[in-house]
Design a protein around this ligand. Structure first.
Ligand SMILES: Cc1cc2nc3c(=O)[nH]c(=O)nc-3n(C[C@H](O)[C@H](O)[C@H](O)COP(=O)(O)O)c2cc1C
Length: 179
């Protein structure tokens, strides 16, 4: 039986990112639950822009794809930009493609400015599902500026939602892995 591996990916490129706080909170919870988890922060892993050709041979793209391929379940922490995930995360998905995302379990941790972009991850969730047959967790974390005190999470509701998505990630990933 191979061990189940998880990746929490932080996609914000901003100093003081709130989605990064969510990503760290998820890593802590998964570790506390005894899961094997790796944090990948795109700030520490600059990537080429996807051009649909030469980018796939770029060592930075090859390396991150290899790291991503080794996991079974993922939490993608993303800023909400223009009612969508940020371009850095979209670019990573374009660079990594079906070898990484097919039959994997993915959940989202979102940081947004306000409440009205709540449905923003619907597009990428459907894209992953229909393009790669990714299993999307039917719950996500959506935090706004009001849920943070500077760099600290200051919302019991978001803490609870982090608890919920982490346990759901493990439950669904283990069930689908089935070994
Ligand atoms: C280019 C840009 C577009 C944004 N678009 C939205 C948006 O559509 N909806 C929203 O609620 N917040 C929007 N925001 C606010 C960010 O989601 C918010 O600042 C969030 O905390 C960013 O994530 P981060 O803190 O992890 O970097 C936008 C911010 C930027 C810079």
């Amino acid at each position: 039986m191979s061990s189940t591996r998880y990746i929490v990916l932080s996609a914000s490129l901003r100093d003081g990112s709130r989605s990064r706080v969510l990503a760290h909170g998820a890593v802590e919870r998964l570790k506390a639950a005894g899961a094997e988890v790796e944090l990948i922060d795109l700030v520490d892993n600059p990537l080429p822009l996807c051009d649909g050709g030469a980018c796939y041979g770029d060592p930075r793209a090859v390396e991150i794809k290899k790291r991503l391929e080794g996991a079974h379940g993922y939490l993608l922490a993303t800023p909400i930009y223009n009612f969508d995930i940020n371009a850095a995360l979209k670019n990573l998905i374009e660079l990594s493609g079906r070898d990484v995302w097919t039959d994997k379990v993915v959940g989202f941790l979102c940081a947004a400015g306000g409440h009205s972009s709540y449905m923003s991850v619907s597009t990428i969730a459907a894209d992953l599902m229909l393009d790669f047959r990714t299993f999307i967790l039917p719950r996500f974390v959506y935090a706004t500026v009001e849920d943070f005190d500077e760099q600290t999470l200051a919302s019991d509701t978001i803490e609870e939602r982090l608890d919920g998505i982490c346990s759901e990630l493990v439950r669904v990933t283990e069930a689908l892995k089935g070994d």
